[in-house]
Write a protein that binds this ligand. Structure first.
Ligand SMILES: *Cc1c(COP(=O)(O)O)cnc(C)c1O
Length: 470
């Protein structure tokens, strides 16, 4: 029988441990408080283990190692940059659109200093928050007015609460969809205090269905772009411009939830059926809402453009105070929209479009070059065809042919294990598993991430290092 009290007496004190040379560097890097806290936790855990008879000796080295792990876990960021080798361009779980460098630089400068987010330099007094961004949006889209809120869900909430609270909003049954991340259009609509008046059937809705539903309690007509699914075959939906005519006839605003919000013509990227901001405006819709981090390629935001009378009503609604965006978002969006002033340059500088614009030949070339480099370094890796997708609930049936590096599972390294090791890196690498291989689609991997990818693959799948010689 171990003498518990004797064991507890052997347990080093917090004061004694904090002076140990093993912690000098940790204290320098992360501060005295963090390390002391972790020492206290580790000692307490060991004391408990002794009392509960799960530990029968005090091992100081093990205790120090435990403290080390606790410190690392405590200071580890939860949101890390990653290498996206999934081939999903707008991956909602991986932060959707990666922003251009110019955007990151501008945000960093604004966030660390005082700034003019709500200050007018001409008068020297209070200015309009968001005015600079709105100016860009109006210039780029040709809309009468614009407004920015937290995200597209917020934009819809604000639009409906302002225009249809305690009234009905008419929407096609075929458009009441769920967008990834549990955004159910009907739930958001009802939160606004508007009553949904569903018309048509899942596959067919005609203009006459909307018209018949209009009554004295109707507040607006709504069209939702069914971003992430498509009803094909025997189906029919009403063109936005016809809905706009109907709205005008009955003096009702038409709200269009566009979803993705591309500024460019997407035909050169071979994306069809994904309406852009200009299509929405051309149809004459009164309010158009879209996300900032989908095909716009910028930060999370909900962008509202349209007729000035309606936009101004939204702007004055008290809810606007709760949905407004931070200076970081405004700075990012402004820097983003500035890039769009030069369309040709924008297509090169906005990562989303640079990725979509890569030719198959370029991708194959990148894949073969990397595979050759890896083989020279002792990693057996194949080049395989892959299918990139837009993701983020845009252009659902659009696949982009692509190329991937493919690491076949071996006896020693299963695909799941390889994937796990790559997820544990300082900058994790996220691939996808298919046919018992771990693949890395290069369409979503930045050129400047290639060396890092090579190093990581050598580390996990390269030849065993000879410890003696190393
Ligand atoms: C993505 C999407 C939304 C949600 O946008 P968030 O910016 O993520 O809030 C709403 N409606 C449509 C049609 C969408 O595609």
């Amino acid at each position: 029988m171990v003498d518990q009290n004797a064991l507890l007496r052997q347990l080093p004190s917090v004061d004694e441990l904090i002076k140990h040379k093993a912690f000098t560097e940790l204290i320098q890097a992360h501060g005295h408080d963090v390390v002391t806290g972790c020492i206290r936790d580790a000692v307490a855990a060991t004391r408990l283990a002794v009392i509960e008879h799960t530990v029968y000796e005090i091992n100081k080295d093990a205790l120090i190692a435990d403290i080390d792990i606790r410190v690392m876990e405590k200071v580890q960021f939860g949101t890390l940059p990653v290498v996206n080798a999934t081939g999903v361009v707008l991956h909602t779980n991986l932060g959707r659109a990666p922003a251009p460098q110019a955007v990151a630089t501008h945000v960093a400068e604004i966030i660390r200093r005082y700034n003019t987010v709500e200050f007018d330099l001409t008068s020297g007094s209070r200015g309009d928050r968001g005015a600079a961004v709105e100016r860009f949006l109006v210039e780029l889209t040709g809309a009468q007015a614009s407004l920015v809120v937290n995200n597209n869900a917020a934009a819809m909430l604000l639009a409906l609460q302002t225009l249809c609270q305690n009234e009905e909003v008419i929407v096609s049954r075929g458009e009441l969809v769920e967008i990834g991340g549990a955004f159910r259009i009907p739930e958001v609509l009802e939160t606004s205090g508007a009553t949904l008046r569903e018309v048509g059937t899942t596959n067919k809705t005609r203009l006459s269905d909307y018209e018949r539903a209009i009554n004295e309690n109707t507040g607006a007509l709504l069209k939702v772009h069914t971003s992430n699914y498509r009803i094909v075959g025997f189906s029919e939906s009403v063109e936005l411009k016809d809905l706009v005519s109907l709205g005008q006839k009955h003096d009702l605003p038409v709200i269009y939830d566009l979803g993705s919000g591309a500024f460019f013509d997407l035909a050169p990227y071979d994306i069809k059926d994904e309406p852009g901001v200009h299509d929405g405006l051309a149809s004459g819709a009164d309010l158009i809402c879209f996300s900032g981090d989908k095909l716009l390629g910028g930060p999370q935001a909900g962008i509202i453009i349209g007729k000035k009378t309606y936009v101004d009503r939204l702007r004055r609604h008290p809810l606007m105070r709760a949905l407004r965006v931070d200076k970081m978002t405004l700075a990012a969006l402004e820097a983003m929209l500035r890039i769009y002033l030069d369309e040709e340059q924008a297509k090169k500088d906005i990562p989303v479009y640079a990725m979509l614009g890569q030719s198959l030949a370029e991708l194959k070339d990148r894949a073969t070059t990397l595979a050759t480099r890896l083989k020279d370094l002792g990693v057996e890796i194949d080049v395989v065809e892959s299918k990139a997708v837009l993701g983020g609930g845009s252009a659902p049936d659009r696949e982009f042919p692509s190329y991937a590096l493919s690491l076949k599972a071996t006896e020693a390294l299963s695909s799941a294990h390889a994937a796990e090791q790559l997820r544990r890196l300082e900058v994790p690498i996220i691939g996808y598993i298919e046919d018992d291989a771990l693949n890395f689609d290069l369409r979503t991997v930045f050129a400047e991430e290639e060396d890092y990818l090579v190093e990581a693959l050598v580390e996990i799948a390269g030849p065993e290092e000879d410890e003696e010689d190393a």
